[in-house]
Design a protein around this ligand. Structure first.
Ligand code: B4P
Length: 192
């Protein structure tokens, strides 16, 4: 069983690297961003509510995303669960505390948080490029800047929380997708 958190600023490559990690280690992939975008695409009540935050670059309220993740964990077949990758969650210290508690009461735990470290200029370039094809309401310059501010002020403290638990590892998130994946694999192999 391997439970990982993939963490980093918007555009740091969490989704890109998660796709490779889940294939190699046969993990379940829980991406709060993907779940919320599906709700938006389906035009559900939750999707409309979430989009009112996402389109401004703000975080969706903690209780909403925490509930979503708890439901996903409870939907797993315990006998077939090799582990989970949490992608884009937790994004606040409140979410981190809730995650650790919800795992503990289910006799589970996180093994590692891996941060993808990428400088701001590169993040902005990647997201602007993605915006040209994604049609995402949050991939425009104004919203990208708001997301980076939110990351700095609300999400960054999550690293100190996992450093205290001795579960934090940082990985350089620039270079080719394969090079970054190799760095991540090395960190995972040191842990398992
Ligand atoms: P997310 O879906 O988590 O998305 P993200 O941070 O924008 O992207 P990610 O880091 O996954 O980057 P990607 O691999 O796509 O969140 C979206 C929004 O949902 C949040 O802003 C928030 O409002 C809401 N939300 C989600 N979770 C939440 C939570 N827990 N609490 C509250 N709100 C929440 O890569 C980005 C681009 O870079 C891609 O185009 C990719 O092709 C490119 N790229 C990747 N690796 C590269 C490399 N090595 N070199 C060059 N380009 C690369």
């Amino acid at each position: 069983m391997l439970n990982l958190i993939i963490y980093g600023a918007p555009g740091s490559g969490k989704g890109t690297q998660s796709d490779l990690i889940i294939k190699k280690y046969n993990l379940n992939h829980f991406s709060t961003g993907d779940i919320l975008r599906k709700e938006i695409a389906d035009n559900t009540e939750l999707g409309q509510y979430a989009n009112s935050f996402i389109s401004k670059g703000q975080l969706v309220p903690d209780d909403v995303v925490i509930g979503m993740i708890a439901n996903k964990i409870d939907s797993l077949d315990k006998d077939k669960n090799n582990g989970i990758i949490f992608d884009g969650f937790p994004r606040t210290v409140n979410q981190a505390v809730a995650l650790e508690e919800m795992l503990k009461v289910r006799n589970l735990k996180t093994d590692l948080l891996i941060e993808l470290i990428v400088e701001e200029e590169e993040l902005i370039n990647r997201l602007l490029l993605r915006g040209q094809i994604s049609g995402r309401s949050d991939d425009n310059l104004e919203t990208i800047k708001a997301r980076l501010d939110v990351y700095e002020n609300q999400t960054k403290p999550v690293t100190a929380y996992y450093e205290k638990l001795d579960k934090y590892k940082g990985v350089q998130g620039t270079g080719s997708i394969e090079e970054i994946f190799e760095r991540i694999t090395q960190v995972i192999e040191q842990t398992i």
